[in-house]
Design a protein around this ligand. Structure first.
Ligand SMILES: NC(=O)c1ccc[n+]([C@@H]2O[C@H](COP(=O)([O-])OP(=O)(O)OC[C@H]3O[C@@H](n4cnc5c(N)ncnc54)[C@H](O)[C@@H]3O)[C@@H](O)[C@H]2O)c1
Length: 377
């Protein structure tokens, strides 16, 4: 396979997620970083792009310049990654899809449900891929869990419990730090703080592993640090289309929890547990049987888990390789092969609908509300 040309918007020097994309996209030699508008400061973006090896004429000052520069090139980019702050995702993704580019957008895909539905429509109309970086779904042992559920190995799923609760914004004396404060300011973050930031990873994970969709939810939001307008803690109960009961806790004030992302799935004949801090192990307990540890890379895994185990058994495998797995599936999808684990714009808009529904529920004493985007009702 010849290398695909790849471009990035955002993810400049010192950004949080930029390096994971660069490591991920280039881990398998599938993508060549050919173009970029990496920074909100044009000159810094151009200079950093060139330091990363991008040719000067493709080291752009902003995304509009990049779109104009790329769209008529013979060797134009096959994929663009959008790793800018949330409020910019919609207009960049829409413009690139409409111009015929495949897109990998960071989460949350958009700020509103209407924008999310528009992205789904544009992607469908243009036939271009719009994937969303729910990268935790690409860990091999998460794929194993999903395959076991789909294969009936734990029976019908009764209950899914998922948490994404850390303590990194729990220090009230640091609440005014500009890197923290914007996340709880509706002018910068939108309608939701912690749920839109981390909760949607957990909600996507529940849908992904259970192979099911969230239908309705009831939310309780709290801003435990009084200066915060948006929630820093949320408890969300939900029901899936098949009737599965869902519980989700997300928090940024859970001091002592580090990454704090885990999922447990309880079926009629067994249970599964996976935690992002021990990503190479899936814990499985058959009803009435002993608890077993299923290890990444061992014999007998389901095909998807085997395919995405990159380093041999017992060697650790981490976050950039989960992002790399998203890029592997994207390269296959660009080549026309179906990869049913790839998170798409439909997952992106379902998350936005869940965020807006959770906000409405929390403002309405936890009322149970339809969590599906109108286009999927
Ligand atoms: N999937 C995940 O697990 C995960 C993890 C972290 C962040 N994210 C998402 O990634 C996105 C970026 O987050 P981050 O933490 O890296 O932010 P950041 O603030 O650390 O970095 C943002 C980068 O984008 C650049 N930028 C800003 N506006 C731009 C514009 N208009 N054009 C070009 N570049 C621009 C900035 O200069 C900076 O380099 C967010 O949407 C966030 O939710 C996802």
């Amino acid at each position: 396979m010849t290398k695909l040309n790849w471009g990035m918007i955002g993810g400049g020097e010192g950004s949080q997620i930029g390096p994971a994309h660069r490591l991920g996209a280039q881990a398998d030699g599938l993508f060549n970083l050919a173009a970029g508008a990496l920074d909100h400061r044009p000159e810094e973006g151009r200079a950093y792009a060139q330091r990363l090896g991008i040719a000067a004429d493709r080291a752009y000052g902003d995304w509009t310049e990049m779109l104009a520069g790329e769209k008529d090139r013979q060797d134009k980019i096959d994929l663009v990654t959008i790793a800018t702050p949330n409020a910019t995702h919609f207009e960049i993704a829409k413009a690139f899809l409409e111009a015929g580019f495949n897109v990998l957008c960071e989460k949350p895909m958009t700020m509103t449900v209407e924008e999310g539905e528009e992205i789904v429509r544009v992607a469908n109309k243009t036939g271009k891929i719009c994937a969303v970086n729910y990268c935790y779904s690409a860990y091999p042992m998460v794929r194993q869990a999903r395959a076991m559920v789909r294969n009936g190995e734990i029976g019908k799923v009764r209950l899914v419990v998922t948490n994404f609760s850390h303590g990194h914004h729990g220090d009230a004396t640091d609440a005014d730090n500009p890197r923290v404060r914007w996340r709880y300011d509706p002018k910068m973050a939108g309608v939701s703080g912690q749920f839109a930031d981390c909760g949607i990873h957990a909600l996507h994970m529940a849908s992904f592993v259970c192979d099911d969709e969230v239908e309705k939810l009831s939310a309780d939001f709290a801003s435990t640090i009084p200066s915060r307008e948006l929630e820093d803690d949320a408890m969300v109960n939900f029901r899936m289309a098949s009737g599965t009961v869902g519980r989700l806790w997300t928090s940024s004030v859970a001091i002592g929890r580090q990454h704090g992302f885990d999922i447990q799935v309880f079926g009629e004949t067994g249970g599964l547990r996976w935690a992002s801090e021990q990503p190479n192990q899936l814990i499985y307990t058959p009803v009435g049987g002993r608890t077993q540890i299923i290890e990444k890379g061992e014999a007998g895994l389901h095909e998807d888990a085997q395919r995405l185990s990159r380093v041999s058994i017992a060697h650790p495998e981490g976050f950039p390789l989960a992002v790399a797995n998203i890029y592997c599936d994207l390269a296959d999808a660009i080549a026309g092969e179906t990869r049913n684990g790839l998170p798409t714009a439909e997952d992106g808009v379902r998350s936005m609908a869940a965020v807006h529904t959770a906000v409405a529920s929390a403002q309405n004493k936890g009322a149970w509300l339809d969590a599906r985007p109108p286009m999927f009702r």
